[in-house]
Design a protein around this ligand. Structure first.
Ligand SMILES: Cc1cc2nc3c(=O)[nH]c(=O)nc-3n(C[C@H](O)[C@H](O)[C@H](O)COP(=O)(O)O)c2cc1C
Length: 362
């Protein structure tokens, strides 16, 4: 007799990677005779929990954001009821790339460790830790990967995830995600900084350019309901987790990351901070040759920019109502250029491989 008679996966997915992984696991569970219930936790409504008479295996799947678990999943796990089962597993999707024939992995940081710790505090034991290097969707950082590369990464990862599912369902433990603990811990300060400040700044780089026809898809699809209309243009709230769903889904390619503006603000703040630091150096009679003051002005420049990002964003959003500003912001953004591809997983693979309705109540 199987140790479990049902599988529950709770997942969050910006651009479909964690969703696809959850479906592959669900598929393997059904092959093994388990009833699978795969739910996205987007709007945190009507989440089904296992019944008392079930013997469930519970899993959580989520993307890695800033070397950490997506915040919406951290909140979900923090509020997850105790005592529904004994054993759980975690799967984080990361930024997979391919250079020539070599598959490059992403970096987990504390994406597995933090949720595992919270679950442990709640009395759950993690029997599976699995990072999966699906195509990177971090579009403000790099152009979307080519279709052929996406296909080959997906084929590889599907095999990996199915294999993971078979092992977990058969009662084996998989600790693959813990092999990189030293590197992950080394990176944890960056994860913390991103969690506290970085993610708020990132949400304040999104703008909708003049191609936007107010179709409302971004507002409807946002997993954290973080986009609203202000002056008839989408406006990103601080609760945005930069999951990239809006940017990749927009049929008009109207959503951009305002690179030019971010760099301009950084330069302005760095220049102001340089002057302040120089004044301090003079006032305190410190040798101006010391090496760290230039670095300090860069770092404090970034910090100031993050601190006032929400205010700057409000001003920029208003100013974009004027055509010259709108064009300036748009054409200083790398994402506007045709070579800066989007990550079109949802468009390119939905029809080919996945039949979401089979396992997925939305
Ligand atoms: C804001 C942001 C931060 C990210 N941070 C990381 C990271 O720290 N490490 C990593 O390997 N991938 C990172 N990624 C890449 C995603 O985790 C990866 O593409 C994931 O597979 C996306 O899954 P999804 O389609 O289910 O959202 C990041 C992506 C975004 C948008």
């Amino acid at each position: 007799m199987n140790k479990w008679n049902s599988l529950y996966i709770y997942y969050i997915s910006g651009t479909g990677n964690a969703k696809a992984s959850s479906e592959w696991i669900g598929d393997e569970a059904e092959k093994a005779g388990l009833r699978s219930v795969i739910q996205q936790i987007d709007r945190l409504e009507n989440i089904r929990m296992p019944d008392n008479d079930e013997r469930p295996l519970i899993g959580f799947a989520f993307p890695t954001h800033g070397f950490n678990c997506a915040p919406i999943m951290i909140r979900f796990i923090a509020g997850f009821p105790r005592g529904l089962c004994r054993e759980v597993f975690l799967l984080n999707t990361r930024a997979g790339m391919k250079l020539s024939k070599v598959f490059l992995p992403g970096v987990s940081g504390v994406a597995l460790l933090l949720p595992a710790f919270i679950l442990w505090l709640k009395g759950y034991k993690c029997i599976g830790f699995r990072p999966v290097d699906l195509p990177s969707n971090w579009i403000p950082l790099h152009p979307g990967l080519k279709k052929k590369v996406i296909e080959s990464i997906f084929l590889r990862c599907e095999r990996i995830v199915r294999n993971f599912a078979v092992r977990i369902i058969s009662g084996k433990k998989v600790y693959k995600g813990l092999l990189t603990i030293p590197l992950d811990l080394l990176i944890s300060p960056i994860a913390l900084m991103y969690y506290i400040g970085g993610r708020f700044f990132l949400s304040k780089t999104f703008i909708a350019n003049s191609n936007c026809n107010n179709c409302g898809i971004c507002i409807r699809e946002c997993p954290t309901a973080s986009i609203k209309l202000v002056s008839d243009r989408p406006y990103w709230k601080l609760s945005c987790e930069s999951c990239m769903r809006c940017l990749n889904l927009c049929p008009k390619r109207a959503i951009e990351a305002a690179h030019g503006m971010a760099v301009a603000f950084w330069i302005i703040f760095t220049a102001i901070n340089t002057q302040i630091i120089l004044l301090l150096i003079n006032a305190l009679n410190i040798n101006p040759e010391i090496w760290w003051w230039k670095l300090a002005s860069q770092v404090t420049g970034i910090a100031c920019m993050i601190l006032v990002a929400a205010v700057l964003y409000r001003i920029m959003h208003y100013a974009m109502g004027f055509k010259p500003v709108s064009y300036l912001v748009r054409f200083t953004s790398l994402t506007t250029f045709p070579f800066w591809r989007r990550y079109n997983f949802l468009k390119t693979r939905k029809k080919k491989r996945i039949s979401p309705e089979k396992v997925m109540p939305t």
